[in-house]
Design a protein around this ligand. Structure first.
Ligand code: IDC
Length: 348
């Protein structure tokens, strides 16, 4: 509500004064975002040193949710569920998780690209950032999907380049492949995107399932020694609190002093996205990310049976209830509480 009220007041004022509503309409920016929302307050994001900065050049931390795979859980992404995400959870960002394999993009490029267009519009209408996630996973070498990624991101970049509320995640979780192969993938794909959209920050997955190499017995030095040659990029880090302990936490802490890091996926449970939650360990990560303004996205906004899906099974099929905690699993209750805490978005 606190984000909606000023919009309604502004609309009432405008109509009381008989002002013209075009263009842009009251309560919306030129990009179509609602006023007084995370996307309107912060505007276009830009990587500044090792932080993510808003349009005022100030570091910000975004917090939000990832969808589950669009090929499985599109029914959890409705007007009602996204209203709840934006206005009840107060999320800043929706990660749109487009699997490439496993029945995803490769089976119907046109249909899935259109679905992503629509979800970008739905996130935008609610004042959230839209994080477009190219969810390659198996095979783990992102080069396997390079041509598909060029086709997909070219269309996304051409269509949405005027928006200021986008982020691109070009490789969800590279695995079974060394850092240098991921770097060369990024250095081929990034220019293809930049040709159409020079300004949107681009997030690059790291080796070992986006663990900065830790899951492969390596670490962030591979990236530090051989960074991607591109501006306005960040590196991604994923963790699952019940599986990934101090070694991962320390790597995130060290790396985020040296390179821009965005946690595009994490869970409070095991790496399977299931099993018992470890809220104590998760809290250590959340505290670290708050202190260093590391943006994060939690997995996932669906009613899958696994413990990491925030809704109880059956919620999406019955259309909610979306707001409040009635339909939430324990992980969902915890993560909603955390996302709802006030944002700290400096404006000068
Ligand atoms: C899991 C889903 C599960 C699905 C599986 C298929 O929870 O329903 O069957 O993917 O690949 C990741 C991946 C993410 C995983 C998630 C949980 O990015 O796709 O989702 N996870 O295992 N990395 C670490 C954990």
């Amino acid at each position: 509500m606190r984000r909606i009220v000023p919009t309604l007041l502004a609309c009432a004022l405008v109509s009381a004064l008989g002002l013209s509503l075009t263009p842009p309409p009251a309560g919306a920016s030129a990009t179509g975002a609602a006023a007084n929302t995370p996307a309107a307050v912060n505007g276009r994001l830009k990587v500044c040193g090792v932080k993510l900065c808003n349009q005022h050049g100030e570091p910000v931390q975004l917090r939000g949710m990832s969808s589950h795979g669009l090929q499985w859980y599109s029914q959890c992404l409705t007007d009602g569920s996204l209203d709840a995400l934006a206005h009840d959870w107060n999320a800043d960002v929706l990660r749109i998780s487009l699997y490439v394999q496993e029945g995803g993009y490769e089976t119907d490029p046109r249909g899935f690209t259109d679905r992503v267009h629509r979800l970008i519009e739905m996130a935008t209408a609610r004042g959230m950032y839209a994080l477009v996630d190219w969810h390659q996973l198996t095979p783990g070498d992102p080069n396997h999907n390079l041509e598909r990624a060029e086709t997909f991101f070219t269309e996304i970049a051409r269509r949405h380049r005027g928006r200021t509320n986008l982020l691109y995640d070009i490789a969800n979780e590279p695995n079974g492949v060394g850092w240098s192969r991921i770097k060369s993938y990024a250095e081929r794909l990034i220019p293809a995107i930049r040709a159409h959209d020079p300004d949107t920050p681009i997030l690059v997955g790291t080796h070992g399932w986006s663990s900065l190499g830790v899951s492969d017995g390596r670490d962030e030095r591979d990236v530090l020694d051989n960074p991607v040659r591109a501006d306005n990029i960040m590196y991604t880090f994923h963790f699952y609190a019940a599986s990934h302990g101090q070694e991962y936490l320390s790597a995130l802490d060290r790396a985020s002093d040296r390179i821009p890091v965005f946690v595009t996926e994490f869970g409070t449970q095991e790496a399977s996205g299931d099993g018992p939650d470890d809220f104590g360990r998760a809290q250590q990560y959340l505290d670290l990310m708050a202190r260093k303004k590391i943006s994060w996205v939690n997995w996932n906004y669906s009613d899958d049976h696994r413990s990491g899906a925030v809704f109880e099974p059956g919620t999406c099929g019955s259309g909610g209830p979306w707001a409040g905690t009635a339909s939430l699993k324990p992980a969902g209750i915890g993560i909603r509480d955390r996302i709802r805490t006030p944002d700290d978005f400096p404006t000068d």
